[in-house]
Design a protein around this ligand. Structure first.
Ligand SMILES: Cc1cc2nc3c(=O)[nH]c(=O)nc-3n(C[C@H](O)[C@H](O)[C@H](O)COP(=O)(O)OP(=O)(O)OC[C@H]3O[C@@H](n4cnc5c(N)ncnc54)[C@H](O)[C@@H]3O)c2cc1C
Length: 397
């Protein structure tokens, strides 16, 4: 590691905080700038798979998070009307044994709070109400100047853009380009189990139907059920990428679905609506003394439940590379090890839209039936696909 000096991170999301914690554990001074004025969080669940859990374990957070987790028993894909299983793949004890780490469901607010506390304890400086507008590099001084919206200027040896899908840092590095609406919206919400009138299985369940799908899973030890309801749309009128959703419109969109879905939605009192946006693969993730991670460089449709997991892996790998190599080599190594994996998972997530939404009518249904047959007769093929995602371990040397 050469003398890096202070690292400034734009964005205190899951990716920025993981990077901050991993860097400070390497003895690097870190300042995180977050545009939000408070760290309050819109309620939503996250599936955190074993590949991400291994990183959280290495950062010393597994036991802190355990009381907030729910352990699903299966990953399932079911038919929207009949409830028939197209896929039922074991998680629970099986995932723990196969991958050496559990598959958990966490509320994002719980994960975020645990990360913030760990960062502060590790000496990370976190400044709220602090929007990063852009930067200027000073090659001779081996520094980057960072411009904040309030007129202040910071200096750092490295700037990390962890500022999400609408990243200012990405735009500054690679030029303006808006994220592309992917033709899908997602309602998200959390329902207390005490409000439910239907039984929900303890699985990570995708309900597949024409042009839409529904995901349900438990959170917080089973006290809440999280749902994500995705619908294809030709356009998104709003300027915002998320806004308060209309519960009745959501219930209408999924009326006639299996009673486990429509019954669950009857207990929903509030919801947020997300426009699902994406980007093409970027030509590079770093330039000079500036580097990107998480949604800032590889936003993906949430249909593999891997966006936060990839941001967590990114943060850990970036810190590891910086602890072992000169800055130039570290950023090169980081990009070389992360870009192919994140791009592959972006593509897999996109492909799942076609599967979950039965694209192509009969053909779409046949694909799901083929998946069902593969699960029965060649389960190793399906397992190998999951192994490549969940069995990956960035904490190994
Ligand atoms: C419906 C849905 C379901 C999902 N489910 C899952 C799941 O089950 N599992 C999973 O792994 N992933 C899931 N994801 C994806 C996951 O939420 C994201 O990939 C992940 O949160 C990205 O983290 P990040 O830190 O890169 O970005 P973000 O979480 O977007 O964080 C960026 C941070 O930067 C701040 N910021 C932005 N601009 C600036 C600026 N200029 N200056 C300072 N601060 C700034 C923002 O306020 C924010 O705090 C889901 C996503 C959606 C939409």
């Amino acid at each position: 590691m050469d003398q890096l000096g202070r690292v400034v991170i734009a964005g205190a999301g899951i990716g920025g905080l993981c990077a901050a914690l991993a860097l400070s554990k390497q003895g690097i001074q870190v300042l995180v700038c977050e545009q939000a004025t408070t760290l309050s969080e819109v309620g939503a669940g996250l599936q955190i798979s074993p590949n991400a859990l291994k990183v959280l374990r290495h950062l010393g957070l597994e036991e802190e998070l355990r009381p907030f987790a729910f352990v699903p028993q299966h990953a399932a894909i079911r038919d929207y009307r009949t409830g028939d299983y197209y896929l039922k793949s074991p998680l629970g004890a099986f995932a723990q044994e196969r991958y050496g780490a559990p598959y958990w469901h966490l509320h994002r607010a719980d994960l975020h709070r645990v990360l913030v506390d760990a960062c502060l304890q590790a000496g990370v400086e976190l400044v709220l109400n602090s929007t990063v507008l852009g930067y200027r590099e000073h090659v001779a001084q081996q520094q980057v100047s960072i411009d904040l919206a309030d007129g202040r200027e910071l200096t750092a040896g490295l700037l990390i853009g962890a500022d999400g899908i609408r990243s200012n840092i990405r735009e500054h590095m690679l030029g303006p380009e808006s994220p592309r609406f992917m033709g899908q919206v997602a309602w998200r919400g959390v329902i207390p189990v005490s409000d439910l009138t239907v039984d929900v299985k303890p699985d990570a369940c995708v309900w597949a139907g024409p042009g839409r799908h529904f995901v349900s899973y438990y959170l917080r030890g089973g006290d809440y059920v999280n749902f994500v309801a995705v619908e294809e749309r030709s356009d998104w009128q709003s300027e915002s990428w998320r806004e308060e959703g209309d519960v009745e419109a959501l219930q209408r969109a999924f009326s006639g679905w299996h009673p486990e879905v429509s019954g669950l939605l009857k207990s929903a009192h509030s919801t947020f609506l997300w426009a699902l946006n994406g980007r093409e693969e970027l030509p590079t993730w770093h330039k000079g003394r500036v580097v990107l991670l998480g949604d800032a460089c590889h936003p993906m449709l949430p249909f593999m439940a891997q966006g936060a997991a990839m941001a967590i892996e990114d943060g850990y790998v970036l810190a590891k590379c910086l602890s072992r190599h000169s800055l130039k080599d570290a950023l090169l190594q980081y990009e070389q090890s992360r870009k192919p994996r994140a791009t592959k998972i972006q593509q897999m997530s996109k492909a799942n839209a076609g599967l979950y939404h039965m694209h192509g009518g009969m053909l779409g249904r046949m694909k799901l039936t083929a998946l069902q047959a593969a699960g029965r007769f060649v389960p190793t093929v399906i397992q190998a696909k999951l192994d490549a995602v969940y069995g990956y371990d960035v904490t190994k040397d």
